[in-house]
Design a protein around this ligand. Structure first.
Ligand code: HEC
Ligand code: HEC
Length: 337
């Protein structure tokens, strides 16, 4: 089956069934380290990623829900945002998200920059506004200097904020997993069980959806291709974006990189363990039931996909002062928070 870059329609489903039967396979590739990074911009983006002052409460940063020491997720069934509101959907990892063809489970953001403005202004997440975020950043001298040196402008705007965050996120790749070492020729890197797990992954059709460098992130597929899946979340997947019935319950195939760390699984966070997630995938996507031994081999294989994690030391304390020192420089709206 050829690489799907959009929503997979009926013809694609038919060809998928052929490929699931082992007719064709998509390749997986080792992760290449990030290249071409604008270091200064990424460094600024890192500070913003960790900065709770971009939220209304002053408590929530991107890292709250995409914790870089927890595989880029919050390990919650669904995320908790402003005022302890429980969100409707599981937080996907930000690790390797630069490899995805679109962002969000339903693909409503076209790239990382487009995505990054969303959570700041989402009332259920950081609950701020873009205007207030600009104003707060403009009131912090360290940021003014740094934005100026990166973007060459006196005035900070949200476009620069999302640009910098996206540049940082592009550095969050995780090369050098044991599986990648094995793909690159180190035959000792995987045990016999793990290799058997990869064979099952190829031969039973997992790879037709979880392919490419990210082993996911390349297409939308219906959750419940063979057996209907009843979700705990109200999301209708891609249909929420296009309004089309045929897109009902289609989700972006998630990356399987670092999947050992990114529990719980699925858009509704319903599966607690990899054993459960593999069992669900087999039944709902492939109409299969793996034996305990096979499931164990697949899980063992999935655990070899954990790569080098980004070093996530908090940014230096120069920008870590709490609220801006001179509140008189802020508008009433900001002071009233
Ligand atoms: C309150 C928790 C929360 C906060 C704070 C938050 N996110 Fe998210 N993030 C989520 C959830 C939940 C999703 C999935 C939403 C969806 O798909 O509908 C998501 C999705 C994403 C995605 C898409 C990943 C993918 O594979 O599709 C990226 C990238 C991302 N967030 C980055 C950020 C950045 C950058 C910030 C800070 C500006 C941020 N997030 C703040 C919870 C959060
Ligand atoms: C027809 C396409 C398709 C096939 C085949 C498929 N998957 Fe998936 N996979 C998906 C989609 C779509 C999701 C997201 C579903 C959701 O969240 O509701 C997913 C989610 C997952 C997750 C959860 C990841 C996370 O972070 O939440 C794991 C683990 C997984 N698949 C493993 C497998 C394994 C192992 C196989 C083979 C036994 C397999 N998949 C076969 C499309 C597929």
């Amino acid at each position: 089956m050829k690489k799907t870059t959009g929503v997979c329609l009926l013809a694609c489903v038919v060809s998928f069934v052929a490929s699931a039967a082992g007719a064709t396979q998509k390749p997986v590739e080792p992760i290449a380290p990030a290249t071409g990074t604008n270091e200064a911009k990424a460094e600024l983006g890192k500070k913003l990623f960790f900065d709770p002052r971009l939220s209304k409460s002053g408590f929530i940063s991107c890292n709250s829900c995409h914790n870089l020491s927890r595989g880029g997720t919050d390990n919650l069934k669904t995320s908790i945002g402003h005022n302890w509101q429980q969100g409707p959907i599981n937080s996907p990892t930000v690790l390797n998200s630069s490899m995805s063809f679109v962002q969000f489970w339903d693909g409503r953001a076209k790239d990382l920059k487009d995505q990054a403005g969303g959570p700041i202004a989402n009332p259920g997440e950081m609950a701020f506004t873009h205007d207030l975020a600009e104003e707060v950043l403009q009131s912090i001298p360290g940021y003014v200097t740094e934005f100026k040196s990166v973007f060459g402008k006196e005035k900070i705007n949200i476009d620069q904020v999302t640009d910098a965050i996206a540049e940082f996120e592009k550095t969050l790749v995780t090369p050098n997993s044991r599986f990648d070492q094995w793909l690159e020729g180190d035959k000792e890197a995987l045990t016999a069980d793990e290799q058997a797990g990869y064979k099952l992954f190829e031969n039973s059709g997992c790879i037709s959806c979880h392919y490419g460098m990210g082993m996911g992130g390349g297409s939308f597929y219906k959750m419940g291709m063979v057996e209907e899946y009843k979700a705990d979340s109200p999301s209708e997947g891609r249909k929420d974006v296009t309004g089309k019935e045929e897109h009902h319950f289609m989700f972006k195939v998630p990356t399987l990189r670092n999947v050992e760390l990114t529990y719980p699984y699925f858009h509704d966070g319903a599966a607690q363990t990899l054993t459960e997630a593999v069992d669900t995938m087999a039944r709902h996507q492939l109409g299969k039931k793996f034996s305990r031994a096979e499931n164990g081999q697949l899980v063992a294989f999935l655990k070899t996909l954990t790569g080098d994690q980004p070093r996530s030391r908090s940014p230096p304390c120069r920008l870590q002062a709490t609220r801006p020192r001179n509140p008189n420089r802020l508008s009433k709206a900001v002071q009233g928070l």
